[in-house]
Ligand binder design. Structure first.
Ligand code: FDA
Length: 458
């Protein structure tokens, strides 16, 4: 059993942990990053499956995600735009595929009017929400008591409007059904992306990708840490007092002045804390839960949909695959589609055999792109729900009433223990950008504290 001593032990080598450790190192503090898996990157993971290079986790960047964009530039990585030329496809209640351009789905004129008015109303409400301090928003408590679905039903009786606006935040973002999270949680999700309009604009929110894959951000940051990153070291025990921490992993022990838990909050309880965390933290962590989504890749000999004038972008609240995009890699001749199956629909297909599931999902894709979609060369489902060190996708969010009640303490340190993860971010919530912001912020706070302590003791 190796035993080492550092200023800070960082638990988790995803974007938050690797960003935090870099900030600490820049402040001339010593760090050890302990990672449970045999790789860095966490929910960003680029891998080759049956000869196809795929982004199995987080991959897209929007223009407002400046912490991520700065990191990409600093690491000397390059970005490229998602393919988006041509028309998108929408499948409405009647089941007919309709081509369209722009952001508003091609629905009946009355439905469109109601959708536009509702999006305007949501934009106005979102503008009053600071994603880092949601509990201070007007009527925060009342808005946290009502589910997003119930709130939508109060606004309109047009089911297609409810289904589409519910889809934007439910299946597409929090990956939970709109009855399972509050109106306040929906507003925070939109506020974290700037506005509701930005969140529903695929050209904005899914703007760019990283050449070489999003995992190379964590890999680049980890490379700068050299031998201070330790893989296959799940932290099982964390002893703590005002004087510091002792983190015990499978093969090593780290003594440090501070610890950063840089992983999904649903995994805090995987660690035995000695003494236990205070009541407030033990309670609040139970109100955060992961969403569930299957990210499906289908790789074809060529991007055949482009020949039909299609961009590859497709949406429908009535399809198994509720959204899909052209995910062809930079410089790749083959064509790749990526599609998503979310929450209850994901539960449903996981009850089927792998072959039946594949058939159903590809059938859904064929409704958007035609029968050719049924015969990919490579097919792969990312199932983060079975990953022990993640337990869902994309991220965690609060249950009804949890956000207004607990958000103010979600990042409050407990003695020497600090929390950093995309799932507790404000700006960049549930995204790589938010993870980097959290990592940097927490590391800067710790650095300031240690530097002040050292000055005092001189
Ligand atoms: P993350 O979960 O990435 O890393 C935490 C690390 O801690 C993991 O490596 C884990 O193994 C480790 N760990 C956990 N417990 C431990 C323990 N006890 N001891 C040691 N190590 C431990 N984002 C985005 O910006 N654009 C996008 O397009 C997408 N799309 C997307 C698709 C899919 C399928 C997923 C799953 C996720 C996304 N995301 C995304 C979200 C994005 O990937 C996510 O927000 C960040 O990876 C979160 O980074 P963190 O560092 O906070 O946690």
């Amino acid at each position: 059993m190796t035993e080492i001593t550092r200023d800070v032990v960082v638990i988790g080598a995803g974007p938050a942990g690797t960003a935090a450790a870099n900030t600490l190192q820049e402040a001339r503090l010593s760090v050890a990053v302990l990672e449970a898996r045999d790789r860095v990157g966490g929910r960003t993971w680029t891998n080759t499956v049956d000869g196809a290079w795929l982004e199995l986790g987080g991959q897209w960047i929007s223009p407002d995600q400046t912490a991520l964009l700065e990191t990409i530039e600093d690491l000397g990585l390059e970005t490229y735009s998602r393919y988006r030329e041509g028309e998108s496809v929408y499948i409405g209640r009647e089941g007919e595929a309709v081509r369209f351009t722009g952001d508003i789905f091609p629905v009946a004129p009355e439905t469109e009017k109601t959708m536009v008015a509702l999006i305007e109303k949501l934009d106005t409400m979102v503008a009053q929400v600071d994603p880092d301090r949601v509990w201070e928003a007007p009527d925060a408590e009342a808005l946290d008591k009502i589910s997003f679905e119930a709130w939508l039903r109060e606004q309109t009786s047009d089911q297609e409007v409810i289904d589409n606006i519910g889809l934007f935040i439910g299946a597409m973002m929090l990956t939970k059904p709109p009855h399972a999270f509050s109106m306040l949680q929906a507003l925070q999700m939109a506020a974290s992306a700037g506005s509701f309009t930005d969140l529903v604009d695929a050209d904005f929110i899914l703007d760019k990708r990283v050449v070489g894959g999003m995992q190379s951000v964590s890999q680049g940051l980890a490379a700068r840490l050299g031998d201070d990153v330790f893989l296959e070291q799940p932290v099982r025990f964390l002893e703590w007092s005002d004087n510091g921490v002792v983190a015990r992993a499978d093969g090593m022990t780290v003594r440090a002045r501070h610890a950063i838990l840089a992983h999904a909050p649903v995994l805090y309880s995987r660690i035995s804390f000695e003494p236990p965390l205070p009541r407030r933290q033990q309670q609040l962590h139970q109100h955060l839960s992961m969403g569930l989504v299957i990210k499906v890749h289908a790789v074809y000999e060529r991007p055949f949909w482009r020949e039909q004038g299609l961009s590859g972008t497709a949406f429908s609240p009535y399809e198994l695959a509720h959204e899909a995009y052209d995910n062809t890699n930079h410089g790749d001749e083959r064509g790749t589609l990526v599609a998503f199956v979310s929450d209850r629909l994901a539960d449903g297909v996981f009850e089927l055999s792998a072959d039946e599931r594949r058939e159903k999902i590809l059938d859904s894709l064929s409704h958007y792109y035609g029968p050719e979609a049924k015969n990919p060369l490579v097919y792969y489902e990312s199932d983060w729900g079975t990953e022990e060190w993640t337990r869902g996708a994309y991220a965690a969010s609060f249950d009804l009433g949890g956000l207004a009640r607990y958000q103010k303490d979600v990042r409050t340190p407990v003695g020497p223990i600090h929390f950093a993860c995309s799932d507790i971010a404000g700006a960049g919530f549930q995204h790589v950008d938010g993870a980097i912001r959290m990592g940097r912020t927490v590391a800067a706070e710790i650095a300031a504290e240690i530097i002040a302590e050292r000055k005092e003791s001189r």
